[in-house]
Each structure stands twice: as structure tokens, then as C-alpha cells.
Design a protein around this ligand. Sequence first.
Ligand code: UGA
Length: 484
Amino acid sequence: MRISVVGLGYVGLVTSACLAEWGHEVTGIEVSPERLRALNRGTLPFFEPGLDEMVARHRQAGRLEFTDSASGPVGSSDVVMVAVGTHDGNGGWQTETMLACLSQVVPFMHDDAVIVLRSTLPPDFIRQLPTLLRSLRDQAGRAPISALINPEFTREGAAVRDFLEAERVVLGVVDDPDRRGVGRLTTIYEVADAPILTMDAIDAAFAKLGSNLFLATKISFANELAALCDAYGARVHNVVEAMSYDGRIGGRFLRAGVGFGGSCLPHQVTMTVKSAALAGIPAPLLAAVDAINDRQRSDFVRLTRELLGGSVEGRRIALLGLTFKPDTDDLRDAPALDIARLLIAEGAEVVAYDPMEGARERSAEIVPGLVTVESAELAVAGSDAIGLVTEWAEFRSLDWPAIAETTRGHVVIDGRGVLDPAELNAVGFDYAAFGRGVQLAQDADHLEPAVVATATKDGSRILAGSFAQPESAGGMSAYRRGVE
Ligand code: UGA
């Protein structure tokens, strides 16, 4: 099939390359001259594992090309997919780009073609689509065309596999009286060997939104559970592992830590809460999901402060990881940036390392005062505390005995719960993680007395105090299990 993909951002570029992989003739259309030039030079605008090789292979085979001119390719395409941005860059929606794009594309499509919207769109916009598309065709003196929405469910860092081996494909019908659109997309997607679900466009939009809202809810649930575990001296990873064997629950997306970032989950939760409030629709669960997620970032800072004896002022803090998750260079709503800002505002010197060079450079521009360096070893040398914020694979195999020789203090705050506390304790580091409490290498003498009150519970020494503040469900108690 001949397919045009309009907008070569994250969703559009992955879609283009994967459709070429399935043997289609794909033209990617991009209005940004810099991005287009880079793509035509073979440079991708972001990092996604496996994508650069796939793009290069299909460009060479002539199945994938990039251009800035929509009218030609669009006029000869069987399917036109649109994947333009719908964020306003300030936590809200914007549909101007989509409107401009549709008005440049829809009038030129041939009568038999199908338009497919891949972008995540606000529900109100979906409801206006049939009228909007028909009027664009009317004004051009042309017959109506089939129109569908086809939300994407790909994760950054695993997008190619998520597309090619989709768990489900959702088609939302905007306007498709003779089912030409559903038929054509079914032909495209049946290669994925996944259930293809066809429904009204508004249902499909909510299927996408509902999936992301549920994933966000799972993460905030895990973080609230972690806070309860901390208060009672339980360890959340053991708790979640035991829960995960219940088929109704499962274990995925229940990792406690600094919470969710990225361009999708935070935006969709916040926007849903805001839109619901404006429409007078109660959404208390999602408001709590949002609040818990925000709190994880400030709790990370509070814990750092408390482990350093009550203040971070003048202390050097190493941050490991800047991107919102591993295997991406995306910094959008990355917890690390907020954490760096908060620490710097309290007078800390923050030195960060992330394996993505571009992410390091952009972080230093975005967060005034943030220093970035080229290796984890450089970041931690001379530090008073080390905070792991993004669980890049290389941080799991750091040489802690060697690191212990280079740091000034011996405190590790593991914001993703991926390090081994025993290994760190053995070389003198105190260790803290959400839902795992604080596990001290030696006596807690260096902690302020106000912070450390002891109690005994089942043979464990529980260190509690300002970590476990009743007014903050996210308060992290410190505990030490069987060390004395
Ligand atoms: C998310 C969804 O997972 C995709 O299915 C969806 O297609 C995509 O949004 C989208 O709407 O386009 P993505 O934003 O790439 O994908 O990232 P996720 O893998 O969902 O991770 C989001 C955040 O949650 C990350 O910061 C991650 O570190 C955090 N997370 C994830 C946790 O804190 N705990 C977990 O257990 C899992």
C-alpha cells in the first residue's frame, strides 16, 4: 500500500519505519526544515533502540522517503496517517497543529483514500471531527473520505517492538460508511497477529486514555503502598512480588520510586483532572494519582536532606540519570530535572550524569546551576550523597567499593529501588529507597536525633521520626532490619 505519514516526531517516525518494515511504500512528511535535513542525512531526531537501523535499511531499499511537501504524496496515497503534536508545552492540549495539518492534507486526498489520526487527542476534538472533515472536503468540492483514529500504545525505548508485536490494535471510526477504512487498516495490521478492535472514535480515544490513566494509577498505587511499607518497616518489592502471582493483579507497573515522567502519563493524568474539574465531573482517584506522583519528587529531596542531617545546603549531590526512563533521550517531565531544581534551590551543588550526551547538554540548559559530567564515576567523586533517579543498566553494575574511596559522604538514595542495599552497606554506604526504608551501614550517629527514634518490631530496629510524618502519606520511615 502507499502510505503517507504526516509529522515525523516520535509516533510518526516509528509508524513510518514499521510500516515500511511490513513492506508498504511510505512517505514521511515533516515541516521542520532542520528535522527534515537531519533525517535525510540519516540522523534521527531522538534515540530509540533499533529505529536508526530500520530507517536506514528502508531508505536504502526505496520503501521509505522523507519530504516537506504534503500535496504530492498525499494525493497518491491509499492511507494518510497523521501524527502531529497535541501538547501545548505547558501541561495542556493544543489542536491548532492538527487543524492546520488536516486543512493542508484532507482536500488533496483522493476520494478512495483513508485518513487516520494517530495523535492522542482531547475527547471534545474527537466529537467535532466528522463535521470538520466533511466541511474540508465540501470546501474543496470533493466527496467525503473515510476517517479513523488509531491510537498508538508504544512505549519509548520499546516502540519498534511494541508496534511490530502489538498486543492489540484499536480502530476508532470517525466516518466510514462503506467500511473501506476499517478494511484497509485491518489489512495493514493483521500482520501483527494481535486482536483488532473496532469501535466508535470516542471509545477508541478513551481506550488510549484509559490505558495510560490506569498505568499511572498503578504506579501511584505502588508509591502509596511503598509509603505504608516504610511506615511499618515492610519492603515493598517483596510485597509486590507476592501480589504479582495473583493473575488479577499482575506485577507490571508496580515499581515504586520517584514516579512517572515523560510526555504521556503526566500530561494525560493532569489534563484529565483539569478537564474533569472544568466540566464539573468528579475525578478524585486521578487527582490523587497526580498528587502522589508530584510528591515522590519532593520526597526524594526530603529524604536526601534528612539523610544529610537536615540540610543539603553546601553539599554536593550526585544524580545518576536524567531522562524520564532508561533507553530514551527524552527529558520531558523527567523527575530528575525537578529533583535537581529543588536541590539547587536549597543550596546544594548538583552534579549529574546520564548516558545520553544530548540529554546531559539539554539538562544543563534547562536547569540553571546544574553541572553535568561524562561518567557516573566523575559525578559521584567528592559527593556527599548519590541519588539514582533513572535506572539505566550501567548503574546496576557500578563498582561500589571503588566509588566508596572517592566520595566525601556515604549516602545513596535509590530512587528506583534497583540497587542492592547489602552490597552498598558492605562498603560503608547508608542506603534509602521508597518502600525499602533506610538501611544503615553503621550506627545512625550521624543522623540528627530528631530524625532517628528507635522502636523494636519483630526483631528489627525501626528508625522513625521526621521521615514518617503522619500528615504526609509519602513520609519515608527509616528502618534497619536485623543489623544490630
Ligand atoms: C506510555 C505508555 O506506557 C504507552 O503504552 C503509551 O503508548 C505511551 O505512554 C503514549 O501514550 O504514547 P512512555 O511514556 O513511553 O509510554 O513510558 P512508560 O514506559 O509508560 O513509563 C512512564 C513513566 O513511568 C517512566 O518515568 C517510568 O520510569 C515510570 N514507571 C514505570 C514507574 O515509575 N514505575 C513503574 O512500575 C513503571
